[in-house]
Design a protein around this ligand. Sequence first.
Ligand SMILES: [Zn+2]
Length: 199
Amino acid sequence: MTSSLADDIRYCPYCRSELELRLIAGRERPYCPACARPFFSDPKLAVAVIIYHEGQIVLQRRAIEPGIGLWSFPSGFVDRGEVVEEAALREVREETGLLVELERLVGLYSHRGHPVVLAVYQARVVGGQLQASEESSAVAWFPLDALPPLAFPHDLVILQDWQRTRHGTGLNDLQRHLEPYHLRREKQNKASGEDIPSE
Ligand SMILES: [Zn+2]
Protein backbone atom coordinates (compact mmCIF):
# COMPACT_ATOMS: atom_id res chain seq x y z
CA MET A 1 0.00 0.00 0.00
CA THR A 2 1.37 3.40 -0.94
CA SER A 3 1.03 6.49 1.20
CA SER A 4 -0.83 8.45 -1.43
CA LEU A 5 -4.26 7.77 -2.86
CA ALA A 6 -3.06 9.39 -6.11
CA ASP A 7 -0.63 6.50 -6.50
CA ASP A 8 -3.33 3.92 -5.80
CA ILE A 9 -6.20 5.01 -8.02
CA ARG A 10 -5.93 6.34 -11.56
CA TYR A 11 -9.50 5.94 -12.76
CA CYS A 12 -12.76 7.18 -11.31
CA PRO A 13 -14.57 4.30 -9.55
CA TYR A 14 -17.94 5.82 -10.59
CA CYS A 15 -17.50 6.70 -14.29
CA ARG A 16 -14.08 5.21 -15.12
CA SER A 17 -12.70 8.49 -16.45
CA GLU A 18 -9.02 9.06 -15.98
CA LEU A 19 -8.39 11.10 -12.83
CA GLU A 20 -6.32 14.24 -12.73
CA LEU A 21 -4.60 15.93 -9.82
CA ARG A 22 -6.10 19.18 -8.57
CA LEU A 23 -5.25 21.43 -5.69
CA ILE A 24 -8.17 20.94 -3.28
CA ALA A 25 -8.23 21.92 0.39
CA GLY A 26 -4.53 22.74 0.37
CA ARG A 27 -3.27 19.58 -1.32
CA GLU A 28 -3.07 17.95 -4.70
CA ARG A 29 -5.76 15.28 -4.76
CA PRO A 30 -7.17 12.90 -7.36
CA TYR A 31 -10.13 14.56 -9.12
CA CYS A 32 -12.62 13.26 -11.67
CA PRO A 33 -13.36 16.03 -14.21
CA ALA A 34 -16.42 14.15 -15.57
CA CYS A 35 -18.12 13.77 -12.15
CA ALA A 36 -16.59 16.97 -10.74
CA ARG A 37 -15.66 14.86 -7.71
CA PRO A 38 -12.50 15.02 -5.59
CA PHE A 39 -11.18 11.94 -3.79
CA PHE A 40 -9.86 12.26 -0.26
CA SER A 41 -7.53 9.62 1.16
CA ASP A 42 -8.26 8.50 4.71
CA PRO A 43 -5.77 6.97 7.13
CA LYS A 44 -5.97 3.25 7.70
CA LEU A 45 -6.47 2.05 11.26
CA ALA A 46 -4.69 -1.01 12.62
CA VAL A 47 -4.61 -2.51 16.12
CA ALA A 48 -1.83 -4.31 17.98
CA VAL A 49 -2.09 -5.98 21.38
CA ILE A 50 0.50 -6.47 24.10
CA ILE A 51 -0.67 -9.57 25.94
CA TYR A 52 1.01 -9.54 29.33
CA HIS A 53 1.26 -12.00 32.18
CA GLU A 54 3.84 -12.05 35.02
CA GLY A 55 6.80 -10.56 33.18
CA GLN A 56 6.08 -12.18 29.82
CA ILE A 57 4.39 -11.11 26.61
CA VAL A 58 2.98 -13.03 23.66
CA LEU A 59 4.70 -12.58 20.29
CA GLN A 60 4.07 -14.22 16.95
CA ARG A 61 6.67 -15.12 14.36
CA ARG A 62 5.58 -13.63 11.06
CA ALA A 63 4.93 -16.08 8.23
CA ILE A 64 4.41 -13.28 5.68
CA GLU A 65 6.35 -10.26 4.50
CA PRO A 66 7.22 -7.71 5.66
CA GLY A 67 9.32 -8.96 8.54
CA ILE A 68 8.95 -12.67 7.67
CA GLY A 69 10.65 -14.90 10.26
CA LEU A 70 10.79 -12.07 12.81
CA TRP A 71 8.55 -11.55 15.81
CA SER A 72 5.82 -9.03 16.46
CA PHE A 73 2.64 -8.39 18.41
CA PRO A 74 -0.66 -9.83 17.30
CA SER A 75 -2.02 -7.10 15.03
CA GLY A 76 -4.23 -6.37 12.07
CA PHE A 77 -6.46 -3.89 10.30
CA VAL A 78 -9.76 -2.64 11.67
CA ASP A 79 -12.66 -3.19 9.27
CA ARG A 80 -14.75 -0.19 8.33
CA GLY A 81 -17.63 -0.01 10.80
CA GLU A 82 -15.97 -2.38 13.26
CA VAL A 83 -15.55 -1.30 16.89
CA VAL A 84 -11.80 -0.84 17.40
CA GLU A 85 -11.68 -2.79 20.67
CA GLU A 86 -13.58 -5.67 19.07
CA ALA A 87 -11.07 -5.70 16.19
CA ALA A 88 -8.27 -6.03 18.76
CA LEU A 89 -10.00 -9.02 20.41
CA ARG A 90 -10.67 -10.58 17.00
CA GLU A 91 -7.07 -10.25 15.80
CA VAL A 92 -5.75 -11.79 19.01
CA ARG A 93 -8.18 -14.68 18.73
CA GLU A 94 -7.36 -15.26 15.04
CA GLU A 95 -3.61 -14.98 15.38
CA THR A 96 -2.93 -16.57 18.77
CA GLY A 97 -5.99 -18.62 19.72
CA LEU A 98 -6.20 -16.66 22.98
CA LEU A 99 -9.22 -14.88 24.41
CA VAL A 100 -8.16 -11.65 26.05
CA GLU A 101 -9.60 -8.73 27.93
CA LEU A 102 -8.28 -5.29 27.01
CA GLU A 103 -6.89 -3.40 30.00
CA ARG A 104 -5.86 -0.07 28.51
CA LEU A 105 -4.86 1.84 25.40
CA VAL A 106 -1.08 2.09 25.39
CA GLY A 107 -0.93 4.66 22.58
CA LEU A 108 -1.58 5.68 19.00
CA TYR A 109 1.29 5.47 16.52
CA SER A 110 1.51 7.20 13.14
CA HIS A 111 4.25 8.28 10.77
CA ARG A 112 4.31 11.26 8.43
CA GLY A 113 3.56 10.19 4.88
CA HIS A 114 2.39 6.74 5.96
CA PRO A 115 -1.28 5.69 5.76
CA VAL A 116 -1.41 3.41 8.80
CA VAL A 117 -2.36 4.57 12.30
CA LEU A 118 -1.72 1.86 14.88
CA ALA A 119 -3.71 1.68 18.12
CA VAL A 120 -1.90 -0.43 20.74
CA TYR A 121 -3.70 -2.03 23.67
CA GLN A 122 -2.54 -3.92 26.73
CA ALA A 123 -4.50 -7.08 27.44
CA ARG A 124 -4.65 -10.07 29.75
CA VAL A 125 -5.59 -13.63 28.92
CA VAL A 126 -9.02 -14.83 30.01
CA GLY A 127 -9.27 -18.04 27.95
CA GLY A 128 -8.39 -19.92 24.81
CA GLN A 129 -5.25 -21.83 23.95
CA LEU A 130 -2.05 -20.52 22.41
CA GLN A 131 -1.72 -21.70 18.79
CA ALA A 132 -0.20 -20.38 15.56
CA SER A 133 -2.30 -19.15 12.62
CA GLU A 134 -1.88 -18.74 8.86
CA GLU A 135 -0.13 -15.42 9.34
CA SER A 136 2.22 -16.66 12.05
CA SER A 137 4.54 -19.66 11.95
CA ALA A 138 4.75 -19.68 15.76
CA VAL A 139 3.33 -17.94 18.81
CA ALA A 140 4.96 -17.99 22.21
CA TRP A 141 5.39 -16.26 25.56
CA PHE A 142 8.69 -14.39 26.00
CA PRO A 143 10.21 -12.88 29.14
CA LEU A 144 10.72 -9.14 28.65
CA ASP A 145 14.48 -9.46 29.14
CA ALA A 146 14.82 -12.24 26.54
CA LEU A 147 12.79 -11.11 23.55
CA PRO A 148 13.46 -12.52 20.08
CA PRO A 149 14.38 -10.31 17.05
CA LEU A 150 11.47 -7.92 16.54
CA ALA A 151 10.09 -7.32 13.06
CA PHE A 152 9.62 -3.55 13.08
CA PRO A 153 11.47 -0.60 14.61
CA HIS A 154 8.25 0.71 16.14
CA ASP A 155 7.79 -2.56 18.08
CA LEU A 156 10.57 -1.53 20.41
CA VAL A 157 9.27 2.04 20.67
CA ILE A 158 5.87 0.64 21.61
CA LEU A 159 7.35 -1.67 24.26
CA GLN A 160 9.35 1.20 25.72
CA ASP A 161 6.25 3.40 25.89
CA TRP A 162 4.31 0.57 27.46
CA GLN A 163 7.03 -0.09 30.06
CA ARG A 164 7.44 3.59 30.84
CA THR A 165 3.73 4.12 31.38
CA ARG A 166 3.46 0.97 33.49
CA HIS A 167 6.30 1.80 35.85
CA GLY A 168 6.74 5.53 35.45
CA THR A 169 10.44 5.07 34.64
CA GLY A 170 12.53 5.93 31.63
CA LEU A 171 15.20 3.73 30.09
CA ASN A 172 15.10 0.12 31.15
CA ASP A 173 16.66 -3.27 30.64
CA LEU A 174 14.52 -3.88 27.61
CA GLN A 175 16.08 -1.01 25.71
CA ARG A 176 19.64 -1.91 26.67
CA HIS A 177 18.97 -5.46 25.59
CA LEU A 178 17.50 -4.65 22.19
CA GLU A 179 18.84 -1.31 21.04
CA PRO A 180 21.72 -2.56 18.87
CA TYR A 181 19.40 -4.88 17.03
CA HIS A 182 16.73 -2.23 16.75
CA LEU A 183 19.10 0.30 15.19
CA ARG A 184 20.44 -2.25 12.75
CA ARG A 185 16.94 -3.21 11.71
CA GLU A 186 15.88 0.41 11.32
CA LYS A 187 18.70 1.03 8.87
CA GLN A 188 17.69 -2.02 6.86
CA ASN A 189 14.10 -0.85 6.77
CA LYS A 190 15.08 2.66 5.71
CA ALA A 191 17.05 1.14 2.86
CA SER A 192 14.08 -0.95 1.75
CA GLY A 193 11.57 1.83 2.47
CA GLU A 194 9.39 -0.29 4.73
CA ASP A 195 8.70 -0.04 8.40
CA ILE A 196 5.08 -1.00 8.95
CA PRO A 197 3.11 -3.98 7.72
CA SER A 198 1.02 -3.07 4.72
CA GLU A 199 -1.64 -4.97 2.87
ZN1 LIG B 1 -16.06 10.09 -12.51
